[in-house]
Design a protein around this ligand. Sequence first.
Ligand SMILES: NC(=O)C1=CN([C@@H]2O[C@H](COP(=O)(O)OP(=O)(O)OC[C@H]3O[C@@H](n4cnc5c(N)ncnc54)[C@H](OP(=O)(O)O)[C@@H]3O)[C@@H](O)[C@H]2O)C=CC1
Ligand SMILES: CCCCCCCCCCCCCCCC(=O)[C@@H](N)CO
Length: 332
Amino acid sequence: MLLVVAAFIVAFVLLLYMISPLISPKPLKLNGAHVVVTGGSSGIGKGIAIECYRQGAFITLVARDEEKLLRAKKEVEKYAINDKQVVLCVSVDVSSDYTQVENVIKQAQEKLGPVDMLINCAGTAISAKFEEMEVERFKELMELNYLGSVYPTRAVITTMKERRMGRIMFVSSQAGQIGLFGYTAYSPSKFALRGLAEALQMEIKPYNIYVTVAFPPDTDTPLLAEENKSKPLETKLISETSGVWQPDQVAKILVKDVVQGNFNSSVGPDGYMLSALTCGMSPVTSITEGLQQIVTMGLFRTIALFYLGSFDSIVRRCMIQREQSKAADKRE
Ligand SMILES: NC(=O)C1=CN([C@@H]2O[C@H](COP(=O)(O)OP(=O)(O)OC[C@H]3O[C@@H](n4cnc5c(N)ncnc54)[C@H](OP(=O)(O)O)[C@@H]3O)[C@@H](O)[C@H]2O)C=CC1
Ligand SMILES: CCCCCCCCCCCCCCCC(=O)[C@@H](N)CO
């Protein structure tokens, strides 16, 4: 009896693998492709631009500061693999006015052809305790991190649907998979991207367009340095769990995933566990991914409970320490 059940399971898994080419997208060829990277003048976005350029892509860098854009362009150009490749810079605020965003995308398409791949990486982070966060920040982060990804996507989607091809990446964060101390304004803006990505992917899969959401851990960029100046100790200690990564390491993984059309892109062992654990109803891109989620979910939830316990104790310890030092100050 057991043997029959085992045989059925094996046959079922084999069958799944046989049909797997039907559900996995064909990898996109970066050579000659037009890749638009918002936030491409710094940090992770610049790393992604470099990685795509090294594989023969034409790049449009989108950000506000023109000087920073030009500096990034020069850096990216060092990685050319042929003399036809071009790096175009466009200066626009991706979060304020849709018409402006649409216009710059149009200009970029006129110069470098239709967009094959859009990387939504422009974004920022602020960490502070909920009651210490200025209320405008909640709106600002939603505007930049969420609407700043909606607008460029909206501007490329019609052409992608007509051409029946394309890739779109949203750069969320591990803080877009788990709500963390200090990130009451940031986490929601990154969670929102996941909802957008799931809904959009269901709409555009029949058009052969694939959506990827990336969930990077702390990455050594100008943004992290700036953020660390005022980051609550709790946030720092909790985030350290999954380490600090280099932008080029992160960029390599993200580019590989978006090229393959994977819905999920995670970095490092903690990132892998977080993604398996929080997969919910998100689309699956390969049989292996689905099977891994089925098998590991219970185990990862068990591990997660230990992590959550240790995060709670970090928060409690920091609170006690603060109160003690306040009391000591008073005595002096
Ligand atoms: N670093 C980290 O630890 C992590 C970062 N992330 C996410 O990755 C993304 C990139 O972060 P990172 O590389 O560290 O940040 P950086 O600050 O190094 O780069 C941000 C980029 O976005 C551009 N940008 C910012 N605001 C706007 C705007 N309104 N319109 C157009 N462009 C804009 C910036 O250029 P300019 O200012 O000139 O406009 C710059 O090119 C962010 O979405 C961040 O949330 C996710 C996980 C971890
Ligand atoms: C099985 C379960 C495993 C659980 C592992 C949990 C690990 C949590 C670490 C969260 C790190 C958050 C980094 C945010 C980075 C970011 O977006 C900002 N630095 C932007 O500047």
